[in-house]
Design a protein around this ligand. Structure first.
Ligand code: ADP
Length: 244
């Protein structure tokens, strides 16, 4: 893909969005039969599947913790998810993303309720189009709730970046590749930031504005996550028989 001459033209981004707009987002909770909880998410061009198992026995046993459950998170990018075939298996990037994503979610999980057990989160990136780590966290959060894992609240995540000296919410692929900064953020429902990474450069004023933009983005995602869970449980509820 060649570098576009400009990323912002007349205040609009190359995909037609304004600086504060998210890409189209579609969550679907409870899509996998075998997992305890699951969520399929389309976030712009990203297609992500999250599956949760647990609380369940820990293997290998020596990883058990006497006073709480352990949380494991595996982020995996499928070979066919990117333009050039990606070599299968873990690499430095996926190990880093798995670690920070686990940390982003762990603080809301009531781990102390399940000592000596494990909660396993699997995130498969089926199609990648910038912002896969935040997409994975959003899907995983819904899958955890779908699995009935007790949590203080949901976690929502989105990125803010800088392109052509303009702050933009939810970077697209061109902005991610050729922009000046990328700031992925995750936030819980109490407004606590659980993930904050940054690539590139922003001034401290830009950083404060970008953080506020990300917070607004997370609030919108949170509404969509809740809606997906409500839809799943509305689907699952049997009709009530009324005696006449
Ligand atoms: P994120 O997906 O969270 O933005 P990165 O900033 O590392 O994480 O990656 C940005 C984008 O670059 C990804 O969403 C994906 O579209 C693309 N990408 C990442 N790794 C590869 C790869 N191995 N091959 C091709 N494209 C990749």
């Amino acid at each position: 893909m060649s570098k576009p001459e400009k990323l912002i033209v007349d205040g609009k981004r190359l995909d037609g969005r304004g600086p504060f707009d998210l890409r189209p987002i579609k969550f679907q909770a409870g899509v996998l039969k075998r997992a305890d909880g699951s969520c399929y998410l389309e976030f712009g061009g990203n297609k992500v599947m999250a599956a949760v198992y647990g609380p369940r026995e820990v293997h290998p046993r020596h990883l058990q913790q006497a006073s709480n459950a352990i949380v494991r998170y595996r982020y995996n990018m499928a070979s066919f998810s990117v333009e050039e075939r990606k070599r299968p298996g873990p690499d430095r990037r996926s190990i880093e993303i798995s670690k920070v994503s686990r940390e982003a979610l762990e603080s809301v999980i009531l781990k102390e309720l399940y000592p000596r057990s494990a909660i396993d989160i699997f995130v498969e990136i089926l199609q990648a189009d910038a912002g896969t780590r935040v997409a994975g966290i959003n899907a995983a959060s819904v899958a955890l709730a779908d699995a009935g894992i007790p949590m203080k609240c949901l976690v929502s995540a989105c990125a803010v970046g800088k392109a052509d000296d303009t702050l933009v919410l939810d970077l697209n692929k061109d902005e991610d590749n050729y922009g000046q900064a990328d700031l992925p953020i995750a936030m819980n429902q109490f407004g606590e930031i659980t993930l904050c990474q940054m690539d590139g450069h922003m001034t401290s004023d830009e950083f404060s504005t970008a953080l506020n933009m990300a917070i607004e983005g997370c609030k919108k995602l949170h509404e969509l996550q809740k809606q997906a869970l409500v839809e799943k449980y509305a689907r699952g509820v049997a009709p009530i028989a009324v005696e006449v």
